[in-house]
Design a protein around this ligand. Sequence first.
Ligand SMILES: NC(=O)c1ccc[n+]([C@@H]2O[C@H](COP(=O)([O-])OP(=O)(O)OC[C@H]3O[C@@H](n4cnc5c(N)ncnc54)[C@H](OP(=O)(O)O)[C@@H]3O)[C@@H](O)[C@H]2O)c1
Length: 331
Amino acid sequence: MLRWGLIGPGRIAAKVAADFPNVTNGRLVAVASRDQARAEAFAAEHAALAGHPVRPLQGYQALLDDPDVDAVYIATPHSDHARHAIAAIEAGKAVLLEKSFTATLDGARQVVEAARAHRVFVMEAMWTRFQPAIRRAQQLVADGAIGPVRAVTADLGVRRELDVTDRMFALELGGGALLDLGVYVVSFAQHVLGAPDRVLAHGSLVPETGVDAEAGILLGYDDGRSATLQISFRLPLPGNARIYGTEGWIDIPPRFHHPDRLVLHRTGADPITEELPPRGAGYALEFIEVAECLRAGRQESPTMPLADSLAVQGVLQQAADQLGVALHDRW
Ligand SMILES: NC(=O)c1ccc[n+]([C@@H]2O[C@H](COP(=O)([O-])OP(=O)(O)OC[C@H]3O[C@@H](n4cnc5c(N)ncnc54)[C@H](OP(=O)(O)O)[C@@H]3O)[C@@H](O)[C@H]2O)c1
């Protein structure tokens, strides 16, 4: 059983910790907050759920110094991912780093360099890639079920009212739709089509804080393939994804970033729906992956490799630059 520590006990950390009973090869043993009372409250709640103790720690370094923690799940704001990941790498802990990997491409490169220099396992927590319906879609594509793939579409949007106290609207914390939602559509396209040759983004900013509010993003490939992506903090977009081949298409119905089914449409045949729900909420799969990779002596995951995180971060950086969002990592 891999012994996990958690850094940044906020909204997603609470959902992930509640899904830990589905992590068949690991357990949550410690949680670190900047605030002692928050660490204690979170640890008590999740110890009760898990049926074993969870150590509350004040300060993230205390968790990195803890010899009884093997791997660290980092769920802090995007601006702090690079700094926290590199501190964990230097402490020799395997790292599962929430999406988006970092706030900037430069930050992503520094994390990857540190991981390789210290020979420490690092993976972006892009849970979508581990969902059974997504794995099945990849397999269908590889088997030629829809012929050669030429295009992808995907959308993801949530109508969010402005809250200047929320990291999602704070430019200095890497807020905005791109890093929160855009990463899913871009990572999906990159997973299916690879890294694009061109990126074109058009959208708008939240005037009060300067984070990006919405965007249409077109990814272009030299051989004519393309991905058409839509993200928004202004509109409640459904969360559909579709992969187009010469012999048909595959729909990943809402919400595609954690789907429970897919629909295969082959030209001239009735659609086939495959029900493929994850066990639990779907977060456990990425934790299982980390432990399996470590047991196999890997330094990165073949399903979510560092090269893919870098490619996705490169697209997000280009889109941010075109939208005029001044993202930065906090060191
Ligand atoms: N996989 C998913 O489905 C999913 C869903 C939502 C979000 N996420 C990702 O998870 C990460 C966290 O998102 P979230 O919505 O959980 O954020 P959140 O609720 O704001 O929690 C972030 C936590 O980070 C810590 N933190 C450290 N420095 C901070 C600072 N300067 N300002 C605010 N918090 C700070 C805080 O914990 P302490 O102060 O207690 O240490 C806070 O509770 C992001 O990368 C996000 O994209 C993933």
